[in-house]
Design a protein around this ligand. Structure first.
Ligand SMILES: *Cc1c(COP(=O)(O)O)cnc(C)c1O
Length: 377
Protein backbone atom coordinates (compact mmCIF):
# COMPACT_ATOMS: atom_id res chain seq x y z
CA UNK A 1 0.00 0.00 0.00
CA UNK A 2 1.37 3.40 -0.98
CA UNK A 3 1.08 6.13 1.67
CA UNK A 4 -0.55 9.32 0.40
CA UNK A 5 -0.50 12.83 1.88
CA UNK A 6 -4.31 12.71 1.82
CA UNK A 7 -6.27 9.45 1.65
CA UNK A 8 -8.95 10.51 -0.84
CA UNK A 9 -9.34 7.00 -2.17
CA UNK A 10 -10.11 5.26 1.13
CA UNK A 11 -12.36 8.18 2.01
CA UNK A 12 -14.30 7.70 -1.23
CA UNK A 13 -14.71 3.96 -0.66
CA UNK A 14 -16.77 4.69 2.44
CA UNK A 15 -19.21 7.09 0.76
CA UNK A 16 -19.06 5.67 -2.73
CA UNK A 17 -22.74 4.78 -3.16
CA UNK A 18 -24.01 8.16 -2.06
CA UNK A 19 -21.44 10.07 -4.12
CA UNK A 20 -22.13 8.03 -7.24
CA UNK A 21 -25.88 8.47 -6.84
CA UNK A 22 -25.46 12.24 -6.47
CA UNK A 23 -23.35 12.50 -9.60
CA UNK A 24 -25.72 10.23 -11.54
CA UNK A 25 -28.67 12.40 -10.57
CA UNK A 26 -26.98 15.49 -12.03
CA UNK A 27 -26.35 13.67 -15.28
CA UNK A 28 -29.89 12.30 -15.41
CA UNK A 29 -31.26 15.82 -14.93
CA UNK A 30 -28.63 17.39 -17.21
CA UNK A 31 -28.61 20.20 -14.65
CA UNK A 32 -24.90 20.83 -14.86
CA UNK A 33 -24.99 24.56 -14.10
CA UNK A 34 -27.03 25.96 -11.19
CA UNK A 35 -28.80 22.64 -10.66
CA UNK A 36 -30.75 22.01 -7.46
CA UNK A 37 -27.75 20.56 -5.58
CA UNK A 38 -26.00 23.95 -5.63
CA UNK A 39 -28.76 25.67 -3.67
CA UNK A 40 -29.20 22.66 -1.40
CA UNK A 41 -25.51 22.56 -0.58
CA UNK A 42 -25.48 26.31 -0.02
CA UNK A 43 -28.30 26.07 2.51
CA UNK A 44 -26.85 23.07 4.30
CA UNK A 45 -23.49 24.80 4.50
CA UNK A 46 -25.10 27.99 5.87
CA UNK A 47 -26.71 25.91 8.56
CA UNK A 48 -23.51 24.04 9.38
CA UNK A 49 -21.51 27.25 9.64
CA UNK A 50 -24.29 29.19 11.32
CA UNK A 51 -23.83 32.03 8.85
CA UNK A 52 -26.48 34.03 7.02
CA UNK A 53 -25.07 33.75 3.52
CA UNK A 54 -22.92 31.30 1.62
CA UNK A 55 -22.19 32.21 -1.98
CA UNK A 56 -20.64 29.29 -3.87
CA UNK A 57 -18.08 30.06 -6.56
CA UNK A 58 -15.56 28.34 -8.82
CA UNK A 59 -12.53 28.08 -6.49
CA UNK A 60 -10.90 29.57 -3.42
CA UNK A 61 -8.79 32.05 -5.35
CA UNK A 62 -11.91 33.42 -7.05
CA UNK A 63 -13.56 33.69 -3.64
CA UNK A 64 -10.73 35.93 -2.42
CA UNK A 65 -10.81 38.00 -5.59
CA UNK A 66 -14.57 38.45 -5.49
CA UNK A 67 -14.34 39.45 -1.82
CA UNK A 68 -11.85 42.22 -2.66
CA UNK A 69 -14.03 43.34 -5.58
CA UNK A 70 -17.15 43.45 -3.41
CA UNK A 71 -15.48 45.83 -0.95
CA UNK A 72 -15.03 48.42 -3.65
CA UNK A 73 -11.36 49.05 -2.95
CA UNK A 74 -9.54 51.55 -5.15
CA UNK A 75 -6.29 50.98 -7.05
CA UNK A 76 -3.37 51.70 -4.76
CA UNK A 77 -5.30 50.80 -1.61
CA UNK A 78 -3.29 48.64 0.74
CA UNK A 79 -4.29 45.23 2.07
CA UNK A 80 -2.39 43.58 4.93
CA UNK A 81 -1.77 39.82 4.65
CA UNK A 82 0.75 37.36 6.05
CA UNK A 83 3.90 36.69 4.02
CA UNK A 84 3.77 33.04 5.07
CA UNK A 85 0.76 31.71 3.16
CA UNK A 86 -0.32 30.24 -0.15
CA UNK A 87 0.21 32.59 -3.08
CA UNK A 88 -3.51 33.07 -3.76
CA UNK A 89 -3.99 35.19 -0.63
CA UNK A 90 -1.74 37.96 -1.92
CA UNK A 91 -2.01 37.31 -5.64
CA UNK A 92 -5.58 38.55 -5.97
CA UNK A 93 -4.65 41.73 -4.09
CA UNK A 94 -2.04 42.56 -6.70
CA UNK A 95 -4.23 41.46 -9.60
CA UNK A 96 -6.83 44.06 -8.64
CA UNK A 97 -4.24 46.84 -8.59
CA UNK A 98 -4.17 46.90 -4.80
CA UNK A 99 -0.97 46.68 -2.82
CA UNK A 100 -0.28 43.59 -0.69
CA UNK A 101 1.40 44.59 2.56
CA UNK A 102 3.11 41.39 3.62
CA UNK A 103 3.63 41.01 7.36
CA UNK A 104 5.23 38.46 9.64
CA UNK A 105 3.60 35.56 11.44
CA UNK A 106 3.81 34.07 14.91
CA UNK A 107 6.54 31.49 15.28
CA UNK A 108 4.36 29.01 17.16
CA UNK A 109 0.92 29.35 15.61
CA UNK A 110 2.10 30.18 12.05
CA UNK A 111 -0.68 32.81 11.91
CA UNK A 112 -0.49 36.56 11.34
CA UNK A 113 1.40 38.31 14.15
CA UNK A 114 -0.36 41.24 15.79
CA UNK A 115 2.72 42.79 17.39
CA UNK A 116 4.01 45.71 15.38
CA UNK A 117 1.12 45.62 12.96
CA UNK A 118 0.29 49.28 13.70
CA UNK A 119 3.52 50.25 11.95
CA UNK A 120 2.10 49.13 8.64
CA UNK A 121 -0.99 51.33 8.82
CA UNK A 122 -1.13 54.21 6.32
CA UNK A 123 -4.06 56.33 5.10
CA UNK A 124 -4.37 53.80 2.24
CA UNK A 125 -4.75 50.71 4.41
CA UNK A 126 -8.26 49.34 3.78
CA UNK A 127 -8.33 45.66 4.65
CA UNK A 128 -6.59 42.82 6.45
CA UNK A 129 -6.61 39.16 5.41
CA UNK A 130 -5.92 36.72 8.24
CA UNK A 131 -5.24 33.18 7.03
CA UNK A 132 -6.16 30.34 9.39
CA UNK A 133 -3.08 28.43 8.40
CA UNK A 134 -2.95 24.63 8.58
CA UNK A 135 -6.41 24.48 10.18
CA UNK A 136 -6.22 26.65 13.29
CA UNK A 137 -7.78 30.08 13.72
CA UNK A 138 -5.80 33.28 13.78
CA UNK A 139 -6.31 35.61 16.80
CA UNK A 140 -9.67 36.86 15.55
CA UNK A 141 -10.66 38.96 18.57
CA UNK A 142 -7.45 40.95 18.38
CA UNK A 143 -7.74 41.20 14.61
CA UNK A 144 -11.33 42.50 14.83
CA UNK A 145 -10.30 45.08 17.44
CA UNK A 146 -7.36 46.16 15.32
CA UNK A 147 -9.56 46.40 12.23
CA UNK A 148 -12.19 48.42 14.03
CA UNK A 149 -9.61 50.84 15.37
CA UNK A 150 -8.19 51.45 11.90
CA UNK A 151 -11.43 51.12 9.97
CA UNK A 152 -10.39 48.06 7.98
CA UNK A 153 -12.37 45.29 6.34
CA UNK A 154 -11.55 41.78 7.54
CA UNK A 155 -11.45 39.04 4.90
CA UNK A 156 -10.73 35.61 6.35
CA UNK A 157 -8.85 33.19 4.14
CA UNK A 158 -10.41 30.04 5.53
CA UNK A 159 -9.29 27.67 2.78
CA UNK A 160 -7.41 25.51 5.29
CA UNK A 161 -9.63 25.65 8.37
CA UNK A 162 -13.18 24.85 7.36
CA UNK A 163 -15.07 23.35 10.28
CA UNK A 164 -12.87 24.81 12.99
CA UNK A 165 -14.16 26.96 15.84
CA UNK A 166 -12.85 30.18 17.25
CA UNK A 167 -13.70 30.91 20.87
CA UNK A 168 -13.97 34.56 21.92
CA UNK A 169 -12.79 35.63 25.40
CA UNK A 170 -16.44 35.80 26.53
CA UNK A 171 -16.96 32.18 25.49
CA UNK A 172 -18.87 32.90 22.27
CA UNK A 173 -17.92 30.33 19.65
CA UNK A 174 -17.98 30.97 15.92
CA UNK A 175 -16.88 28.95 12.91
CA UNK A 176 -13.82 30.38 11.22
CA UNK A 177 -14.78 32.08 7.98
CA UNK A 178 -17.92 33.59 9.49
CA UNK A 179 -16.23 36.08 11.82
CA UNK A 180 -14.85 38.82 9.55
CA UNK A 181 -16.82 40.88 7.01
CA UNK A 182 -16.27 38.14 4.44
CA UNK A 183 -14.84 34.63 4.70
CA UNK A 184 -13.44 32.68 1.77
CA UNK A 185 -12.88 28.99 1.36
CA UNK A 186 -11.77 26.42 -1.19
CA UNK A 187 -13.13 22.98 -2.02
CA UNK A 188 -9.96 21.87 -3.80
CA UNK A 189 -9.88 18.04 -3.47
CA UNK A 190 -7.20 17.94 -0.77
CA UNK A 191 -8.83 20.60 1.42
CA UNK A 192 -10.70 19.37 4.51
CA UNK A 193 -14.00 19.74 2.68
CA UNK A 194 -12.90 18.90 -0.84
CA UNK A 195 -14.86 18.18 -4.00
CA UNK A 196 -13.70 16.21 -7.04
CA UNK A 197 -12.47 19.18 -9.02
CA UNK A 198 -12.40 22.91 -8.26
CA UNK A 199 -14.84 24.75 -6.04
CA UNK A 200 -15.02 27.55 -3.51
CA UNK A 201 -17.35 29.78 -1.52
CA UNK A 202 -17.71 33.09 0.24
CA UNK A 203 -19.42 33.53 3.60
CA UNK A 204 -20.90 36.66 5.13
CA UNK A 205 -23.50 37.78 7.64
CA UNK A 206 -24.01 41.09 5.82
CA UNK A 207 -27.05 41.13 3.48
CA UNK A 208 -25.78 43.97 1.30
CA UNK A 209 -22.35 42.42 0.88
CA UNK A 210 -23.96 39.07 0.06
CA UNK A 211 -26.04 40.66 -2.71
CA UNK A 212 -22.97 42.41 -4.11
CA UNK A 213 -20.90 39.23 -3.99
CA UNK A 214 -23.61 37.30 -5.82
CA UNK A 215 -23.82 39.97 -8.47
CA UNK A 216 -20.06 40.13 -9.01
CA UNK A 217 -19.73 36.34 -9.23
CA UNK A 218 -22.42 36.42 -11.92
CA UNK A 219 -21.04 38.90 -14.48
CA UNK A 220 -22.16 41.89 -12.42
CA UNK A 221 -25.83 41.23 -13.11
CA UNK A 222 -28.83 40.91 -10.83
CA UNK A 223 -31.25 40.83 -13.71
CA UNK A 224 -30.24 38.66 -16.65
CA UNK A 225 -28.44 40.63 -19.39
CA UNK A 226 -28.41 43.86 -17.36
CA UNK A 227 -24.92 44.40 -16.00
CA UNK A 228 -24.39 46.88 -13.18
CA UNK A 229 -20.70 46.39 -12.60
CA UNK A 230 -17.85 44.44 -14.15
CA UNK A 231 -17.91 41.05 -12.55
CA UNK A 232 -16.67 37.59 -13.35
CA UNK A 233 -18.03 34.15 -14.14
CA UNK A 234 -17.48 32.07 -11.05
CA UNK A 235 -19.85 29.20 -10.29
CA UNK A 236 -19.75 25.94 -8.40
CA UNK A 237 -20.65 23.06 -10.76
CA UNK A 238 -23.75 21.09 -9.82
CA UNK A 239 -21.79 17.82 -9.78
CA UNK A 240 -19.31 19.32 -7.31
CA UNK A 241 -22.17 20.59 -5.14
CA UNK A 242 -23.71 17.10 -5.12
CA UNK A 243 -20.38 15.67 -3.92
CA UNK A 244 -19.99 18.40 -1.29
CA UNK A 245 -23.48 17.68 0.08
CA UNK A 246 -22.35 14.13 0.86
CA UNK A 247 -18.96 15.15 2.24
CA UNK A 248 -20.32 17.98 4.41
CA UNK A 249 -22.14 15.35 6.47
CA UNK A 250 -18.75 13.69 7.12
CA UNK A 251 -16.77 16.85 7.81
CA UNK A 252 -16.88 16.73 11.61
CA UNK A 253 -15.94 13.06 11.61
CA UNK A 254 -13.04 13.85 9.26
CA UNK A 255 -11.85 16.48 11.75
CA UNK A 256 -12.02 13.91 14.56
CA UNK A 257 -9.87 11.47 12.57
CA UNK A 258 -7.40 14.16 11.60
CA UNK A 259 -7.11 15.10 15.27
CA UNK A 260 -6.62 11.47 16.20
CA UNK A 261 -3.68 11.14 13.80
CA UNK A 262 -2.28 14.51 14.98
CA UNK A 263 -2.53 13.46 18.64
CA UNK A 264 -0.76 10.22 17.82
CA UNK A 265 2.08 12.09 16.07
CA UNK A 266 2.25 14.51 19.04
CA UNK A 267 2.47 11.75 21.59
CA UNK A 268 5.18 9.88 19.74
CA UNK A 269 7.25 12.77 18.41
CA UNK A 270 7.18 15.25 21.29
CA UNK A 271 10.30 13.76 22.89
CA UNK A 272 12.43 14.03 19.75
CA UNK A 273 14.67 17.00 20.63
CA UNK A 274 15.34 18.10 17.04
CA UNK A 275 11.71 18.70 16.20
CA UNK A 276 8.88 20.79 17.55
CA UNK A 277 5.31 19.54 17.34
CA UNK A 278 2.56 22.01 16.33
CA UNK A 279 1.16 24.29 19.02
CA UNK A 280 -2.55 24.14 19.80
CA UNK A 281 -4.03 27.39 21.01
CA UNK A 282 -6.68 27.38 23.75
CA UNK A 283 -9.19 29.59 21.97
CA UNK A 284 -9.64 27.55 18.80
CA UNK A 285 -10.22 24.00 17.68
CA UNK A 286 -7.64 22.67 15.23
CA UNK A 287 -8.85 20.76 12.17
CA UNK A 288 -5.33 19.78 11.06
CA UNK A 289 -5.54 20.52 7.39
CA UNK A 290 -1.81 20.04 7.79
CA UNK A 291 0.22 18.48 10.57
CA UNK A 292 3.33 20.61 10.45
CA UNK A 293 6.55 20.03 12.36
CA UNK A 294 9.46 22.41 12.78
CA UNK A 295 12.87 20.83 12.30
CA UNK A 296 15.34 22.62 14.54
CA UNK A 297 18.71 21.23 13.50
CA UNK A 298 18.82 22.53 9.92
CA UNK A 299 18.14 19.10 8.46
CA UNK A 300 14.59 19.60 7.25
CA UNK A 301 15.44 18.95 3.60
CA UNK A 302 17.49 15.89 4.49
CA UNK A 303 14.59 14.55 6.53
CA UNK A 304 12.26 15.03 3.60
CA UNK A 305 14.65 13.17 1.29
CA UNK A 306 15.07 10.37 3.79
CA UNK A 307 11.31 9.96 4.15
CA UNK A 308 10.85 10.00 0.38
CA UNK A 309 13.33 7.11 0.23
CA UNK A 310 11.05 5.22 2.58
CA UNK A 311 7.99 5.98 0.44
CA UNK A 312 6.66 8.48 2.97
CA UNK A 313 5.37 11.65 1.31
CA UNK A 314 5.75 15.04 2.98
CA UNK A 315 5.28 18.62 1.83
CA UNK A 316 6.92 21.97 2.50
CA UNK A 317 4.22 24.61 2.93
CA UNK A 318 5.85 27.04 2.07
CA UNK A 319 9.48 27.00 0.90
CA UNK A 320 9.76 30.67 -0.11
CA UNK A 321 8.30 33.81 1.54
CA UNK A 322 5.88 35.61 -0.75
CA UNK A 323 8.06 38.73 -0.81
CA UNK A 324 10.91 36.65 -2.26
CA UNK A 325 8.78 35.43 -5.14
CA UNK A 326 9.60 37.08 -8.46
CA UNK A 327 5.94 37.92 -8.93
CA UNK A 328 5.95 40.08 -5.79
CA UNK A 329 9.23 41.89 -6.36
CA UNK A 330 7.43 45.11 -7.20
CA UNK A 331 5.77 45.31 -3.79
CA UNK A 332 8.85 45.31 -1.57
CA UNK A 333 12.13 47.16 -1.24
CA UNK A 334 15.25 45.23 -2.09
CA UNK A 335 16.42 43.16 0.86
CA UNK A 336 13.02 43.20 2.58
CA UNK A 337 12.84 40.33 5.03
CA UNK A 338 10.66 39.11 7.89
CA UNK A 339 12.57 37.04 10.45
CA UNK A 340 9.91 34.52 11.49
CA UNK A 341 8.71 33.90 7.94
CA UNK A 342 12.31 33.34 6.84
CA UNK A 343 12.89 30.85 9.63
CA UNK A 344 9.68 28.92 9.10
CA UNK A 345 10.32 28.54 5.39
CA UNK A 346 13.47 26.60 6.25
CA UNK A 347 12.05 24.63 9.19
CA UNK A 348 8.52 23.44 8.41
CA UNK A 349 7.55 20.06 7.06
CA UNK A 350 4.00 18.69 6.80
CA UNK A 351 3.29 14.99 7.28
CA UNK A 352 0.43 12.92 5.87
CA UNK A 353 -2.91 13.50 7.66
CA UNK A 354 -5.70 11.09 6.90
CA UNK A 355 -9.43 10.99 7.51
CA UNK A 356 -9.27 7.25 8.09
CA UNK A 357 -6.86 6.70 10.99
CA UNK A 358 -4.54 3.79 10.31
CA UNK A 359 -2.24 2.96 13.19
CA UNK A 360 0.14 0.89 11.08
CA UNK A 361 0.72 3.77 8.68
CA UNK A 362 1.18 6.22 11.56
CA UNK A 363 3.61 3.92 13.38
CA UNK A 364 5.68 3.47 10.24
CA UNK A 365 5.94 7.23 9.63
CA UNK A 366 6.84 7.89 13.26
CA UNK A 367 9.47 5.17 13.43
CA UNK A 368 11.18 6.41 10.26
CA UNK A 369 11.28 9.99 11.57
CA UNK A 370 12.89 8.69 14.77
CA UNK A 371 15.33 6.59 12.75
CA UNK A 372 16.39 9.64 10.81
CA UNK A 373 17.16 11.68 13.93
CA UNK A 374 19.03 8.80 15.56
CA UNK A 375 21.78 9.27 12.99
CA UNK A 376 21.22 12.98 12.21
CA UNK A 377 21.12 14.79 15.52
C1 LIG B 1 -6.02 26.37 -1.28
C2 LIG B 1 -5.86 27.75 -0.82
C3 LIG B 1 -6.36 28.85 -1.54
C4 LIG B 1 -6.92 28.77 -2.93
O1 LIG B 1 -7.85 27.82 -3.20
P1 LIG B 1 -8.09 27.30 -4.70
O2 LIG B 1 -9.42 26.65 -4.62
O3 LIG B 1 -6.99 26.35 -5.02
O4 LIG B 1 -8.09 28.47 -5.61
C5 LIG B 1 -6.26 30.10 -0.97
N1 LIG B 1 -5.67 30.29 0.21
C6 LIG B 1 -5.14 29.28 0.93
C7 LIG B 1 -4.51 29.56 2.26
C8 LIG B 1 -5.21 27.98 0.43
O5 LIG B 1 -4.67 26.97 1.14
Amino acid sequence: MKIQMVDLKSQYEKIKDEINAGIQECIDNTAFINGPAVKEFQQEFEKYLNVKHVIPCANGTDALQIAMMALDLKPGDEVICPAFTYVATAEVIGLLGLKPIMVDVDENTFNIALEGLENYITPKTKAIVPVHLYGQSAEMKKILDFAEKHNLFVIEDNAQAIGSDYIFPDGTTMKTGTIGHIGCTSFFPSKNLGCYGDGGALMTNDDDLAARIRMIANHGQQKKYYHKVLGCNSRLDTIQAAILKVKLKQLDQYSVSRNQMAAYYDENLKEVPEIQIPERVKNATHVFHQYTLKVKNGKRDELQQYLAGKDIPSMIYYPLPLYRQEAFEQYVEEGFSLPVTEKLCSEVISLPVHTEFNQQVSDYIISEIKNFFKTNN
